[in-house]
Write a protein that binds this ligand. Structure first.
Ligand code: G6P
Length: 610
């Protein structure tokens, strides 16, 4: 979940590396560094903090050279300090950039220290650097030295190694963490993903797990995990957009919230035939499925929870939606599950990837719903569904979450129709309804004006509860997650009916409770839950569709301190439309508090460690 990049044979490599790191900053932003190879060794610049700190260091003290490696870090082993920033060096012979975790690093470190190695950082990465020094002393080429090191390490990793012993080569390896090689006429690049190299090339080789090798300015030599030389296919990826700009918005998140009508429109168009009917890019025979598993993390998990309600309700197909990091470790009974769907914006979250691989090993068909079509999950899954949200830069997911929900609803409708649960007419109704979703989302943006003046109170809160029922319960979880991650206010999401079983004890005078309501079968019960909270002193903030809000006000005029509404819609669309005020609430609260909205502390956009 760090970003790594390397270049060999490229004039002014440091400029290209820095540009590549900008495209990788979504993977981590605790510290960054670049090293280039010089006639006498390495020239290294590192800086703690966001990439601009490194850019500043380099602008006052430029780097010259045509071979180099770079890194943007999300700390795992070792705190956020300059000593732990990559590239990490050993004996001025090896420089390493590494993503992932070397799980046996403690044992290795002890034995290396016993041999006299001096460590200068707390990182697991430094072990790699010293192992390379040792391996180069005991082999006669860099390829064999790499194989020797790989025989000693365990874990999930991708790395690029630069050495003074072999200045015309870089050593590379991938195990569970992503790594790709980019080919140009004059030079060869390597990076965590194709996007990192988007400024210089579209010709990409995606390494497979266990692959390792060496690259020079005009040659790639790869071996697989058995040590056999392999030729991996060169893929021409779609032009990756230049560095995405904020286009006048204050933050990427704000821009991405506003891009949601488009994200849905593009996603829908890719899944709609000329008659306006839904079609999936690849056929899934839902009549043959006995049950599905939706596996995901973070916000994608919340989309999966909502998708489960739809699939069960519209297609009578059982779904388990699980946090990917827990799934395989609880040794689940898989007898009924005939298709596992990984849901992931990046297509790289290691927890989700490993859960999908676990399912594939157990003989379950796997599919991936991703926003990055060149991602590992897309490439590894038999079936893939793409959300067309476009690059999402803000760490807190918004538009890809919206697009995920859109696809999950389409899946449920197609499944329900195939399984004879939804008649033609209902299917057409939902298709028509979904085609109006971009417009409805556009209209719902107006809620931001109501929300802005509300957030001053919320920003002062120490804690906050979000309540919802049905598909609005996962939205309550998502609302709480967004508030936590963006504005660092403690928040919990609960199913409205569950509140009386414990969380109600938390309610005291002035505790903000965000109640999410639609005009659906749960409305009456939700109103009662909100009344119970109000009776105990909570400040109620109502996030509701117009007619739900009207009914609350009619029934209990004094209930809510603040009300924000979106246009009326079928209950199926309610979690999509009501996501907007939920996102704005977290966004404006964070802006009010002055936190770093696009890059909240301790987080990363894509997490490729367990
Ligand atoms: C990280 C991000 C979250 C995201 C989660 C899953 O934790 O900070 O915003 O929801 O990963 O990411 P994915 O790319 O798999 O959807």
């Amino acid at each position: 979940m760090c970003g790594i990049i390397g270049a060999i044979g490229y004039p002014n490599a440091a400029d290209a590396l820095l540009q590549g790191l900008r495209r990788l900053e979504y993977r981590g932003y605790d510290s960054a560094g670049i090293a280039v190879s010089t006639k006498t060794g390495f020239d290294v610049r590192r800086a703690v903090g966001k990439l601009n700190a490194l850019a500043e260091v380099i602008s006052t003290s430029p780097l010259k050279g045509n071979t180099g490696i770079g890194h943007t870090r999300w700390a795992t082993h070792g705190g956020v300090k300059i000593e732990n920033a990559h590239p990490i060096l050993a004996q001025d012979r090896v420089a390493v950039v590494h993503n992932g975790i070397i799980e046996n690093h403690r044992t290795l470190r002890k034995s290396l220290e016993a041999k006299g190695c001096k460590f200068t950082s707390d990182t697991d990465t430094e072990v790699l650097a010293h192992l390379f020094v040792d391996a180069m002393d005991n082999t006669d080429n860099l390829h064999d030295a790499t194989a020797k090191v790989l025989g000693q390490i365990e874990g999930a990793y991708a790395f690029v190694i630069m050495t003074t012993d072999y200045p015309d080569q870089l050593a590379i390896a991938r195990q569970a963490s992503p790594l790709a090689v980019g080919l140009t006429d004059e030079a060869i690049f390597v990076g965590s993903d194709a996007i990192a190299m988007g400024d210089v090339t579209q010709k990409i080789i995606f390494l497979k797990d266990g692959d390792y090798g060496t690259i020079s300015h005009d040659h790639v030599h790869l071996s697989d995990s058995d040590g056999q030389t392999v030729n991996r296919e060169v893929v021409v990826v779609a032009a990756s957009p230049g560095l995405v700009s904020k286009e006048g918005y204050h933050h990427f998140m704000e821009k991405e919230i506003h891009e949601q009508p488009d994200a849905v429109l593009h996603t829908l168009s890719a899944m709609t035939d000329s008659n306006g009917g839904f079609h999936l890019p690849q056929f899934i025979d839902f009549t043959k499925l006995t049950a599905m598993a939706y596996l995901a993390a973070g916000t994608s998990f919340h989309a999966g929870l909502i998708g489960r309600y739809w699939m069960e309700q519209l297609a009578d197909l059982p779904v388990v939606t699980e946090i990917a990091s827990e799934f395989r470790y609880r040794h689940p009974s898989l007898r009924q599950i005939s298709l596992a769907l990984g849901i992931s914006q990046s297509g790289e979250s290691l927890d989700t990837l490993m859960a999908l691989r676990y399912m594939a090993e157990k003989g379950v068909n796997t599919a991936a719903l991703v926003n990055v079509d060149t991602s590992t999950m897309a490439r590894e899954s038999g079936l893939h569904l793409i959300t067309r949200a476009g690059p999402e830069i803000g760490v807190a997911s918004t538009k890809s979450y919206m697009a995920q929900m859109t696809v999950l609803l389409i899946l449920a409708v197609v499944a329900g129709h195939q399984r004879g649960i939804i008649p033609d007419q209902r299917r057409q109704e939902i298709e028509a309804m979904l085609s109006s979703l971009p417009r409805l989302l556009g209209e719902s943006m107006a809620c931001s004006d109501t929300i802005k003046p509300m957030v001053a109170r919320l920003a002062k809160a120490k804690s906050c509860l979000y309540l919802g029922r049905g598909t609005l319960y996962p939205l309550a979880l998502e609302g709480a997650l967004k508030l936590k991650e963006l504005s660092y206010i403690h928040a919990e999401g609960y199913a409205g009916g569950e509140m009386k079983h414990g969380p109600i004890a938390l309610i005291e005078e002035g505790l903000p409770v965000v109640a999410i309501l639609a005009d659906d079968e749960h409305l009456g019960k939700m109103i009662s839950n909100v009344v119970e909270a109000k009776a105990r002193g909570a400040d109620i903030l109502l996030v509701a569709t117009d007619s739900a809000a009207r009914q609350v006000v009619e029934e209990s005029p004094e209930l809510a301190e603040m009300v924000v509404t979106v246009p009326d819609c079928d209950p199926l669309l309610a979690p999509l439309l009501l996501s907007l005020p939920i996102q704005f609430l977290a966004y404006f609260t964070a802006v009010h508090k002055g936190t770093d909205v696009d890059q909240p502390r301790n987080l990363a956009k894509s997490v490729t460690v367990e």
